[in-house]
Design a protein around this ligand. Sequence first.
Ligand code: NAI
Ligand code: MG
Length: 356
Amino acid sequence: MRTYNIAVMPGDGIGTEVISAGCELLTAVAKAHGFGFKFEHFDWGSDYYRKHGVMMPEGGVDRLRPFDAIYFGAVGDPKIPDAVTLWGLRLAICQGLDQYANVRPTRLLPGLKGPLRPELGAGIDWVIVRENSEGEYAGVGGRAHAGLPLEVGMDVAVFTRGGVERICKFACDLARSRPRKKLTIVTKSNAQRHGMVFWDETCKRVIADYPDLEIDWMLVDAMTTRMVLKPGTIDTVLATNLHADVLSDLASAVAGSLGIGATANLDPSGAGPSMFEPIHGSAFDITGKGIANPIGSFWTAAMMLDHLGEPKAAAAVMQAIETVTRSGKVMPPDLGGSSGTKDVTKAVLDALQGAL
Ligand code: NAI
Ligand code: MG
């Protein structure tokens, strides 16, 4: 039997709640489609930090290399600075495994309304491609004159030719695989006249090889208004690490809730494992209440199944999610209902059985 080895890292807060629900779903869908999962659990995260002073052990990234994929929850703790938790685990993994393409699909799932007028909401069917290895989050910078009036803090945005070329090529290939063959490249080269101009120039060279694509360019600030006012004109989007981080939260909001968004951190070369995670964070405000929406982690599971080469299982998961959202009977609080994580999970599992 085909068996996939998955590193499961629930992390912090509601990460643990939604990832255990996701593993339940993955086990069920694998059984129905004649393959299996071997999950190995990693307790890395903020509790690990409290015990050991680090978010993951030394050599942690290397321990992940042999896996077929990583299924990740969230990191973040009210008592530990976010820069420590994020850099100590999630960014360390993404950068260490060169998962340079972050992919975030956004769609208004059936039955969900979202905050936009219905005719606008219906137009949302996007994939945002985020450069995930450098740019504004390269980690290059420093502090000087500590404690003095002159004190300074700097983050330098890093754009390399190789880095921009590979993500632009990835976005073009993805746009080409979608029916509309349409790509929007987001920039801010009017104000940032070095790195962003280099980004534009490098992307222009790459897109010359894709004459079949319809490509347009947007400044990031204007892109926010287009996402809200003309969502139907957007299909595939390429943006830098920072810009896409911001745009994709907006994307999940217009699609109904942060609780449904899914994302993949891909190493398209296949040299190492890719990592799949719901886009939300650890959500301290609802941790332990049993009301976290697990749909983001289910959609994430579907992306992982696709990546593993199980498109039928992936489609079955999406169909089950949509059956539940369409009926609207079992909805978590962030989508206007009152059902808990367990009830939503059960509803999706039942829908999955019905769909098989
Ligand atoms: P958040 O995503 O944790 O929460 C924002 C709001 O959305 C909260 O009101 C929360 O209750 C709600 N929410 C999020 N996911 C939900 C779900 N599945 N079901 C229902 N409601 C949901 O973002 P926030 O509050 O900015 O950050 C909290 C912590 O998470 C911070 O430490 C932050 O650094 C971390 N974080 C980690 C991420 C990651 O690991 N990839 C991503 C974003 C934030
Ligand atoms: Mg974010």
